[in-house]
Design a protein around this ligand. Structure first.
Ligand code: DC
Length: 224
């Protein structure tokens, strides 16, 4: 079974998709980490971000690997071209350019192909922007998470403060979230939008546990 969890930055996708994967004993994939890895690799190499072909070559040729510990569906790290970028992909430097990189159609094609291969025949909770619309239009469960921009900025600030890296000023995060929402929703290829058959959940007033229980029960209904 595929559970597609889409939504804008800070809507709670990561926390929710990870917890749902643990609850249901599913695999888990953070597709945003793949776009971030390509963006980070481009920055490291000094690639001109307006050079779509160069970005596409990175996405197609450089291996993205997730590190896994036995028995844990949640990756503990990510590397591209053999270089660990687990922390670096969460920095403001990458936040600022990842929408540009993810708007390149050939980058998306290369990463979507890898995302489909990773899912293969496994049960997986996959989070991103276009999982229910493009990557797996036939996913059995499609969830589109939303929350107000202010709530999303507040959550991201808390999350980064806990992790000890990334931007922690809610006002700076809010400005970035608004800019990324606009870029992600208005791009031509695979814009951020709910699939016609997605269930939209506004998580503003909900706890993580409530959101996860809801998704698990939707999945259980689809199973029978
Ligand atoms: O989920 P995130 O914030 O880590 O995603 C980083 C960027 O990658 C985000 O600006 C949009 C893009 N992205 C995308 O276009 N498609 C996906 N499936 C996942 C992420």
């Amino acid at each position: 079974m595929i559970i597609a969890i889409d939504g804008p930055a800070g809507s709670g996708k990561s926390t929710v998709a990870k917890q749902v994967a643990k609850m249901l004993d599913f695999h888990y994939l953070d597709t945003g980490a793949m776009y971030r890895s390509v963006a980070w690799c481009a920055l490291e190499r000094g690639v001109d971000l307006s050079d779509a072909d160069a970005l596409a070559r990175i996405a197609a040729d450089e291996r993205i690997e997730f590190a896994h510990e036995a028995g844990n569906p949640i990756a503990t790290g990510v590397a591209i071209a053999g270089k660990d970028c687990t922390h670096d992909i969460r920095t403001p430097r990458v936040d600022r350019v990842v929408s540009t990189v993810s708007a390149v159609p050939a980058v998306r094609e290369a990463l979507v192909e890898q995302q489909r291969a990773i899912a293969a025949d496994d049960d997986i909770a996959m989070e991103g922007r276009d999982i229910g619309t493009v990557v797996f239009p036939n996913a059995e469960v499609k969830i589109f998470l939303t929350a107000s921009p202010e709530e999303r900025a507040r959550r991201r600030a808390l999350q980064n403060a806990e992790k000890g890296y990334g931007e922690t000023d809610p006002a700076v995060i809010l400005a970035d979230i608004i800019a990324r929402d606009k870029a992600d929703s208005s791009r031509e290829v695979a814009p951020l939008k709910p699939a016609d058959d997605a269930i939209e959940l506004d998580t503003t007033g909900m706890t993580i546990d409530e959101v996860c229980e809801r998704i698990a029960s939707i999945a259980a209904e689809k199973r029978v």
